[in-house]
Design a protein around this ligand. Structure first.
Ligand code: BES
Ligand code: MN
Ligand code: MN
Length: 477
C-alpha cells in the first residue's frame, strides 16, 4: 500500500471525517430521519468516489442500508465490511465540552458523537481501502460494503434484507470494525458479544393523578408500585431474580478463563478512568471479566412518571413506566428471556395494578470461532504496523446483526481501532487520531494480505453475487 498516504493526506482525511461526523444521524429519534438519510448519502458519494461500480441504497420501513461492491477481482477472495452510520443521542448536551456535532480536535483526539462508534471506524476502513487501490484504482481483493443506519435503535431493516437476500453476505470473511483495542497498544479480536433484551414496563394504578393529601394513605401510587417491581428483579449483590434466568447460561471454559487471567488489568485504574465510580458492584465471586462478558445483566435505563418539573406538586401519579434491559450471554435467547421477564414482572405485580411488559428490541448473543486463516492475516497486519498481535477477549456490548453475518459460513472478525476510554454513548465521545492513522495502515495491510491469502477454498465467494445495476442507475430516492 501507499506508505505515505496517511502522512500526505491527513488534513483532507480529517476534513472528510469531520463532515461525516457533523451529520446528526441519531437513529432512535424520528426527527433525525432526514439526517440518517444524509449520512447514508454521504457514504454513497464516498463509495462512488472510491470507484465502486455498485453503490445502492436499500430502502424499507426504517433507515436505509447502503450496499456497495468494489470492482471485481476474479480469482481473489471477497471481504465483507460491516459498519453503522447511525449514532446514539448526544444528551446530556450540557456535559459536552464542545457540541457533539461540531467535530473538534483537542490534544490529538477528535471529539464528536460517533467519532469512535462507529463513523470514525467506518471511515478508517474506507480510507484503508482507498490507500490500497492500485494505479488503475483496483483494490487488492473483492470488497463488499454493508452499512446500516439502525444498529443503535434496534431496527429490522438489515435483518429483513439479509433474510430475503442472504447473498449479500456471501464472502470469504466478514469484518466488523465497531470495537476497540483491549488497551492502548494492545489490539484485540473479540470472541463473543452479549445479546440484548430491551423492554418497557408500564404500570397504571389509577384512572387519573390524585391529590396526595386527600388520598395519600389509601390510593396506590404507580411510581411506588413500579419501583417495588424493579427492586424485586435484582438483589443487592447483583443476582437477577428472574426465575430460571441463569439456567441456560453457558459458562466460559477453563482455557478461556485462563486466557482472561493473562490479560493486563488494573482494577483501580479501570474504576477511575473507565467506570468513573468509587466502587464496583455486581456478583460476588466473579471477576470483572466474567461479570461484564459472561454473565447476564439487568439495568434500568430510565423511569418516567409523576411530576419532575421545577418546584413542587403534591400528586399521586396514576402511571409510570421504566425502560429496562438485560444483556444476554451464550446459551440465552432473546425471546425466551423476554417471556421469563414478563412472567417475573407479573408475579411481582400487585393485583390492583395494571402492569404491562413490552419488548422494544434486542438481539441474540454470539460467539465466533477465531481459527479461520483471516484471523492470522489480521495478526500479521497488526504485527507489522503496531508491533504486536491481537489478544482475544469478549465484549459486553451487542451488535444485533452479527449472528446473521456469519450465516453463509464466513468467519466474522470482530475488531476495531477504538480505545476503552472513548466514551461510547457518553458525553465527549472521542477518537484518538493516532488510532485512526495507525488503523488505516493496519487495515490497508490486512486488505493486501487478504487479497493474497484470504480465500476459503475452491469457490469464489465474490462471484456468487450478481453484479447489480451500476452506480448511475442506483436507487437513491
Ligand atoms: N459498537 C457498539 C457495541 C460494542 C460496544 C461492542 C462496546 C463492543 C464494545 C454498538 O454500536 C452498540 O452500542 N450496540 C448497542 C446495541 C443495542 C442498541 C441493540 C449496545 O450494545 O447497546
Ligand atoms: Mn457501534
Ligand atoms: Mn453504539
Amino acid at each position: 500500500m501507499d506508505q505515505m498516504f496517511v502522512t500526505r493526506e491527513q488534513e483532507r482525511l480529517l476534513r472528510e471525517l469531520s463532515d461525516f461526523l457533523a451529520i446528526p444521524s441519531v437513529s432512535t429519534l424520528p426527527a433525525h430521519a432526514g439526517d440518517c438519510r444524509r449520512a447514508a448519502s454521504w457514504l454513497m458519494a464516498e463509495l462512488r468516489r472510491l470507484g465502486c461500480p455498485t453503490v445502492t441504497l436499500i430502502e424499507g420501513a426504517g433507515h436505509p442500508v447502503v450496499w456497495a461492491g468494489g470492482p471485481r477481482r476474479p480469482g481473489r477472495p471477497t471481504l465483507l465490511v460491516y459498519g453503522h452510520y447511525d449514532v446514539q443521542p448526544p444528551d446530556p448536551l450540557e456535559e459536552w465540552d464542545t457540541p457533539p456535532f461540531t467535530p473538534t480536535v483537542r490534544d490529538g483526539k477528535l471529539y464528536a458523537r460517533g467519532a469512535s462508534d462507529d463513523k470514525g471506524q467506518v471511515f478508517c476502513m474506507l480510507k484503508a481501502y482507498e490507500a490500497t487501490r492500485d494505479a488503475d484504482g483496483l483494490p487488492p481483493c473483492n470488497v463488499n460494503f454493508i452499512f446500516e443506519g439502525e444498529e443503535e435503535c434496534g431496527g429490522r431493516m438489515i435483518f429483513d434484507l439479509l433474510r430475503s437476500q442472504p447473498e449479500h453476505t456471501r464472502a470469504d470473511a466478514a469484518i466488523v470494525l465497531d470495537m476497540s483495542y483491549y488497551a492502548p497498544g494492545i489490539p484485540a479480536v473479540y470472541t463473543a458479544l452479549r445479546g440484548l433484551c430491551y423492554a418497557e414496563i408500564a404500570v397504571r394504578t389509577l384512572q387519573r393523578d390524585l391529590h396526595s393529601g386527600t388520598y395519600g394513605g389509601v390510593a396506590p401510587n404507580a411510581i411506588e408500585t413500579l419501583v417495588r417491581i424493579l427492586a424485586g428483579l435484582k438483589d443487592e449483590e447483583g443476582e437477577i431474580l428472574i426465575p430460571k434466568l441463569y439456567k441456560s447460561v453457558e459458562e466460559p471454559g477453563k482455557s478461556e478463563l485462563k486466557e482472561w487471567k493473562k490479560l493486563p488489568f488494573d482494577k483501580a485504574e479501570y474504576l477511575r478512568n473507565e467506570v468513573t465510580a468509587t466502587a464496583l458492584t455486581g456478583r460476588k465471586g466473579y471477576s470483572v471479566f466474567e461479570r461484564t462478558w459472561a454473565l447476564p445483566t439487568f439495568e434500568i435505563h430510565g423511569i418516567r412518571g409523576g411530576f419532575t418539573g421545577d418546584g413542587a406538586k403534591t400528586v399521586i401519579p396514576a402511571q409510570a413506566t421504566a425502560k429496562v434491559s438485560l444483556r444476554l450471554v451464550p446459551g440465552q435467547k432473546q425471546e425466551k428471556v423476554f417471556r421469563q421477564l414478563q412472567k417475573a414482572v407479573a408475579a411481582l405485580a400487585p393485583k390492583w395494578a395494571e402492569v404491562e411488559v413490552r419488548m422494544l428490541h434486542g438481539g441474540d448473543p454470539v460467539q465466533v470461532d477465531t481459527d479461520a486463516p483471516a484471523f492470522g492475516l489480521l495478526d500479521e497486519a497488526f504485527e507489522e504496523v503496531v508491533g504486536r498481535r491481537t489478544v482475544h477477549a469478549r465484549a459486553g456490548g451487542s451488535i444485533p446483526i452479527v449472528p446473521e453475518l456469519g450465516l453463509t459460513g464466513a468467519p466474522v472478525i470482530l475488531t476495531g481501532i477504538g480505545l476503552p476510554d472513548d466514551g461510547l454513548h457518553s458525553p465527549n465521545e472521542k477518537l484518538d487520531l493516532s488510532q485512526l492513522w495507525e488503523g488505516i495502515q493496519v487495515f490497508g495491510r490486512f486488505l493486501e494480505l487478504f487479497g493474497e491469502r484470504g480465500g476459503r477454498g475452491e469457490t469464489e465467494a465474490g462471484d456468487a453475487l450478481p453484479d447489480e445495476e451500476p452506480a448511475e442507475a442506483s436507487a437513491e430516492a
